[in-house]
Design a protein around this ligand. Structure first.
Ligand code: HEC
Length: 240
């Protein structure tokens, strides 16, 4: 019996040693990471906490065909302004990475910074996406996407404003929030917490409230998203 056990031990050692090295040299293969590539977003972001809960400031991956994020990583509203977030698992179908705001359906609402995935190296390393200092606040977004784009031509850009309503940067907040309408004295232009009682969203969505039609001023592709954003901003308290 002892003999059999000894034989077995020797045999095991022989097999183990033999299988350690079969003597062949394999060519080195470059293997793309199965789990996708990674990007580290870093930046100093102001205004993270200003978004109502149905919106998410995030780093997200998109394809060329769709406005809906394929994957995303939330930047917590409570995090400090110095942000570092890693998005991993970025696969081939993703062509663009964005620091953006998405809505409940993960649809892109607004983009603050972007990079194409072409520049990502196919290596194990994480690529840096440095966005620098940015104001991602909700009111700043409205100023840029709505007032600067579609309104200031008549409301203040040349020093004069229709109905004395200045929607220029630095003036718009004070001119709108809590201020009575000059057209309909019963209403406020923006009544914090009450979009349905505020002149601003009404003028942009209903005919007949003011003489000059305002319902086709917003870029047709973004109109619904921007109107919803204005309403949500007011309902959430219209903070600056
Ligand atoms: C082509 C010129 C023009 C553009 C562009 C324009 N407005 Fe006006 N807006 C007017 C005029 C004129 C009035 C005054 C209408 C009246 O007296 O009935 C007015 C009135 C208003 C009022 C009502 C003011 C009050 O006291 O009740 C609001 C609110 C308003 N505009 C918001 C906007 C916003 C927001 C935009 C951009 C999305 C915009 N306007 C773009 C010409 C313009």
């Amino acid at each position: 019996m002892k003999n059999i056990i000894l034989h077995f031990i020797f045999f095991s050692i022989f097999v183990a040693c033999y299988s350690c090295d079969d003597g062949r040299i394999y060519p080195k293969e470059v293997v793309l990471p199965q789990e996708g590539l990674s990007v580290k977003l870093s930046g100093h972001l102001k205004g993270l906490a200003s978004w109502p809960e149905n919106y998410t400031v995030c780093i997200a991956g998109f394809s060329d065909e769709s406005d809906y994020a394929i994957l995303s990583k939330v930047i917590a509203p409570g995090s400090s302004a110095d942000v570092e977030v890693i998005l991993s698992g970025i696969k081939e179908e993703v062509t663009q990475l964005e620091l953006c705001v998405t809505n409940r359906l993960r649809k892109r609402v607004v983009t603050f910074a972007k990079m194409t995935t072409e520049s990502l190296q196919a290596s194990a390393q994480t690529t840096l996406f440095d966005v620098g200092m940015l104001d991602v606040g909700l009111f700043t977004t409205l100023q840029r996407e709505v007032f600067n784009t579609s309104c200031v031509a008549c409301h203040g850009a040349n020093g004069r404003a229709a109905r004395d309503l200045f929607l220029t940067e630095g003036a718009s907040y004070q001119a709108l929030v809590g201020q009575p309408s000059k057209v309909n004295k019963e209403m406020l232009l923006v009544a914090p917490g009450e979009a349905s009682a505020s002149m601003l969203p009404q003028v942009l969505s209903k005919e007949g409230l003011v003489q000059h039609s305002h319902t086709d001023l917003l870029d047709a592709k973004k109109k619904t998203l921007l109107l919803t954003l204005i309403n949500d901003w007011i309902d959430a308290g219209a903070s600056e």
